[in-house]
Design a protein. Structure first.
Length: 192
C-alpha cells in the first residue's frame, strides 16, 4: 500500500493553523475535545475543553467558532489518523495488518459515537471521512481475503458494522472489549 492523499487529509490540513503556537493550541484543543466527548458525549462543556487544553475560551472560539466545527474537526482528525494507521500497518502480514487496523478502529469508535450525534450523515465532512476510511481500510480486508486469511463472503461494510456493534456496548474495561473483539474476529478468519 502506498501513501495516498485521502479526502479527509486535505480537510485536516486546510483547518490546521500554520503558526507553531497556534498549531499547538489547535492540537491541544482537539485532544481535550476528544477526551471530553468520550467521557461526556456531545454535550461536553466547551469551557471544560478549553481548561483541559490549557487555553482560554477565546482561543477555543478562534479555532472553532461553532460547536459543530469542533465536532467536525475532531471527527476528521480521528479518521485521518485511521487512514495513516492503515498505511503504517500495510507492510505486516495480511491478517495482522487487518486486525491491527481494526483495533485502532475500535478505539476510534468510542469518540465517534459522541461526535456523530452532532453531525449529519450527509455533511461534506462525513462523506469525505467515510470515503477516506473505506479507501484506507478496505484494501486491508481485500488483501487478507486474497491471501485466504479472511472470509470472502463478507465485505468491508459488513466488517465495520460488526466491529461498530461490538464497540457500541459497554464493557468493564478495554481488556474485556479486546477479548470480545478477538472472539468476533475469529469468525472472520479462515482456517487452513
Amino acid at each position: 500500500m502506498t501513501a495516498q492523499p485521502f479526502p479527509v487529509s486535505e480537510i485536516v490540513a486546510s483547518r490546521r493553523p500554520h503558526r507553531k503556537d497556534a498549531a499547538r493550541n489547535y492540537d491541544a484543543l482537539l485532544a481535550a475535545a476528544r477526551e471530553a466527548f468520550a467521557e461526556h458525549g456531545a454535550e461536553a462543556s466547551l469551557e471544560d475543553i478549553a481548561r483541559r487544553a490549557g487555553v482560554g475560551i477565546g482561543t477555543l472560539y478562534r479555532n472553532f467558532p461553532t460547536r459543530r466545527q469542533l465536532f467536525e474537526s475532531v471527527y476528521a482528525d480521528d479518521v485521518n489518523a485511521l487512514c495513516r494507521a492503515a498505511e503504517e500497518v500495510a507492510d505486516r502480514g495480511p491478517w495482522e495488518a487487518l486486525t491491527a487496523w481494526l483495533d485502532r478502529f475500535a478505539g476510534y469508535m468510542v469518540t465517534k459515537r459522541a461526535v456523530r450525534e452532532a453531525l449529519n450523515d450527509e455533511s461534506e465532512i462525513f462523506a469525505a471521512c467515510r470515503e477516506s476510511m473505506y479507501a484506507a481500510g478496505g484494501p486491508l480486508l481485500e488483501r487478507a481475503q486474497k491471501a485466504g486469511e479472511a472470509r470472502t463472503d463478507m465485505d468491508f461494510t459488513d466488517l465495520l458494522r460488526m466491529v461498530a456493534g461490538i464497540t457500541g456496548t459497554t464493557f468493564d474495561d478495554d481488556a474485556q472489549r479486546d477479548r470480545v473483539l478477538s472472539v468476533a474476529l475469529d469468525g472472520v478468519r479462515t482456517r487452513h
